[in-house]
Structures are given as structure tokens and as C-alpha cells.
Ligand binder design. Structure first.
Ligand SMILES: [Zn+2]
Ligand SMILES: [Zn+2]
Length: 376
């Protein structure tokens, strides 16, 4: 089990800035171009996994509560950005810290003034067992970036236009040569003058402080279809962060967590529950009332039923996701109730039964012993 906080060498309550700077430091230390130790590559990949998880609020919350396995269960990818290989250290820093559209690893920016797609957002949503079975409409509050209505996304005050950065000529990148004990490195880094935007905004819009986007809280109604389960994902198109320079907005991905039911267990679209049966019911058979997701229903218990035998109510399970005319089944697992705390009358009846079954009278000592056996 890897501890992401330990890997980055940070406290559990570390801020994003602390995570970023810890990652920068460690990535420099362990990048396989620099560090030739045999485990450097693995350490570097681990760093990527830790960074990616802890920089994403939803992933981090899931990781804090349920660990790496929890991430997997929730449908998050636990592979890091370098698991399929790692690039040049400078490219990595650029794509991580270049300042374009959040911290996605996928949106590597080449032209800082070209369209930048907005980042997808994730929302973990916990729902009741019954809500997952029958579907539900949920109102959720989310915060995402929207195009600033004051400046229309330019980031510049009305009447002013950002100028092309003289340092980088609008590319957002500059070349540097750094001398290190391992030789000199030609680095392409984010332009320090314009922070990679390629523009100098001398009159930034007051509302968005020059970013062109503002954090906005929205209430969305999410239609959760019948049959979802923990890990099911619902995509809301373009409800993620808005893009820049005409780029497409990201999506909002809602990841469902279903609370446990106190009585039913779910496996796919089938439900399971225990069915307590007394010895006489097991011997003679009975019709019993059982709880189902639709409410009480009658279930026939055949005579001579055994412990752990499964009785099934067809179609009383969970509706199939995407095809609600079909439903799973509800299975009842027979549990024979131990004959505890027998009354005098019950004891007499069991004695009688014993005499018939075994062709002899039980000793009183045996009755006590039998009670113990039946307990188990
Ligand atoms: Zn510049
Ligand atoms: Zn603005």
C-alpha cells in the first residue's frame, strides 16, 4: 500500500500549493534522466500517481476515506500520468504548471492563445439504497469556472486589449540554459514575464482579475436512472470548467456512491437477504411474509427446507440500468433459528419427536446437550 502523503513528504492537510511544490522538488530528484538509481523510475511514477490524486479534490477525499482501493472501487483510474512512460522533465513541468486550464495532464498547451478546453470536474454523490434502485432526481450545488461576463473572457478591462508579451513574442515560452552538476540543460520554460499566457494585460478586468473566468456556484438537477450502483458515472455535458479562447467547456462527471441497506445486500441487479425459519416451519413448510424492495411479499417455504438453501422471488430485484422493464431477482438464504429458551411445552414436544425419530427416550441430560447443539 503506498501512502501518497508520505511519497510527497507532506502533511495530511497540505494545501495545493504545498503539494505542487513538494511534487516539483521530488520530481526533480527522481526523474530518471537525472536519477540513475534502479528504483528512481518507480518512485517517479509513484509521485505522478500521488500528485494526480491529491490535486483532485474528489479523488483526494475518496483516497483519504477509503485509500487506493477506494479510488479503484469508485471508478477512478489509479494509474498515474507517467505509468505509460515519462517525458522530458521540462515538458512535464510545463504541462503541470504552465497555467493553462487547471492541472489536467491531458491539456498540454502549445499555443497559449489558441482554444483551451476547460477541465472536466468530478462530483462524488452519495445516495440512498432505494434511490439507486428506483432512480431519483437530485439537486446538487457545484462550483465551476464560467466565462467572465464583465470582459467576455478576454481578462482585459473594457476598452483595453492585452498586448503581445515582448519577452516571449507571444509564445508563452522561453529557452534557458541551466548548468547543473550533471551537465548543462537546455530548458524550455514558461515565460516568467507573462506566466505563459503570451500576453501582457496591463488593465486586467476587475471582476475576474484578468483570468477571463470566474468561479460560479450553480445548482444542477441530476437525473439518476434506476439501477445505478456505486461507481456508476453520469456525465453532464459542458458543466465542467469553461474553456478559453473559444475552447469547449469540460464535462461534469458525477460518480455515484450507494449507501448500504440494513437488510438487503446487492450483487449486480440481484438482492440477497437472510430468511429466519424455525424447525417446525422447515419440517412442514410454510408461507411467510418477507420484506422486498417493493414492500412485503409472500414467499412459499417448501417442506423439508435445509439450512443455507436459497429461495428466489423472480423479478423482485433491481431494475436493469437502461432497461427498466427487466429486473433482477431477490434471493432469500434460509437460516434455521436455533431452538433456544424452550418452554416446558416445547420441550415435551421435542422429547416426543425424539422418541419417534430415535426409538428411545431422551435422558434429561441429553435435552440440555441438544439445546447446545441446536445453538450452533
Ligand atoms: Zn511572455
Ligand atoms: Zn473578466
Amino acid at each position: 500500500m503506498s501512502d501518497y502523503y508520505e511519497i510527497l513528504g507532506i502533511e495530511r492537510n497540505a494545501t495545493k500549493d504545498e503539494i505542487k511544490s513538494a511534487f516539483r522538488k521530488k520530481a526533480r530528484q527522481y526523474h530518471p534522466d537525472v536519477n540513475k538509481a534502479p528504483d528512481a523510475e518507480e518512485k517517479f511514477k509513484e509521485l505522478g500517481r500521488a500528485y494526480e490524486t491529491l490535486m483532485d479534490d474528489n479523488k483526494r477525499a475518496t483516497y483519504d476515506r477509503y485509500g487506493e482501493d477506494g479510488l479503484r472501487d469508485a471508478g477512478f483510474s489509479t494509474s498515474g500520468p507517467f505509468d505509460g512512460g515519462f517525458g522530458d522533465l521540462n515538458d512535464i513541468f510545463e504541462s503541470f504548471f504552465g497555467g493553462f486550464g487547471g492541472f489536467g495532464f491531458s491539456d498540454r498547451a502549445t499555443n497559449p492563445n489558441g482554444p483551451q478546453n476547460g477541465a472536466d470536474l468530478r462530483l462524488n454523490l452519495e445516495i440512498e439504497f432505494e434511490e439507486a434502485v428506483f432512480g431519483v432526481k437530485k439537486e446538487v450545488k457545484i462550483t465551476h469556472l464560467e466565462t467572465c461576463d464583465e470582459c467576455g473572457g478576454t481578462g482585459a478591462e473594457k476598452g483595453s486589449t492585452p498586448e503581445t508579451c515582448p519577452t516571449c513574442g507571444g509564445t508563452g515560452r522561453v529557452q534557458q540554459v541551466t548548468n547543473t552538476p550533471l551537465g548543462s540543460f537546455r530548458q524550455i520554460t514558461t515565460c516568467p514575464k507573462c506566466n505563459g499566457t503570451g500576453k501582457i494585460n496591463s488593465h486586467p478586468c476587475k471582476k475576474c482579475k484578468g483570468d477571463g473566468r470566474i468561479e460560479t456556484e450553480r445548482t444542477l438537477t441530476i437525473n439518476i436512472p434506476a439501477g445505478v450502483n456505486t461507481g456508476s458515472k453520469i456525465g453532464l455535458s459542458q458543466e465542467g470548467n469553461c474553456g478559453k479562447n473559444g475552447g469547449r467547456a469540460g464535462d461534469l462527471i458525477v460518480v455515484i456512491y450507494v449507501k448500504e441497506h440494513k437488510e438487503f445486500k446487492r450483487d449486480g441487479f440481484d438482492l440477497y437477504s437472510a430468511l429466519d425459519i424455525s424447525f417446525p416451519q422447515a419440517a412442514l413448510g410454510d408461507t411467510v411474509t418477507v420484506n422486498t424492495i417493493d414492500g412485503p411479499k409472500e414467499l412459499t417455504v417448501p417442506a423439508g427446507i435445509e439450512q443455507d438453501k436459497v429461495l428466489t422471488l423472480k423479478g423482485a430485484g433491481v431494475p436493469y440500468l437502461g432497461n427498466n422493464t427487466k429486473r433482477g431477482n431477490h434471493h432469500f438464504v434460509v437460516k434455521l433459528k436455533p431452538a433456544q429458551n424452550l418452554t416446558q411445552e416445547e420441550k415435551q414436544l421435542y422429547k416426543k419427536l425424539y422418541e419417534i425419530n430415535c426409538n428411545k427416550k431422551p435422558s434429561s441430560k441429553f435435552i440440555d446437550k441438544m439445546k447446545n447443539v441446536l445453538h450452533n
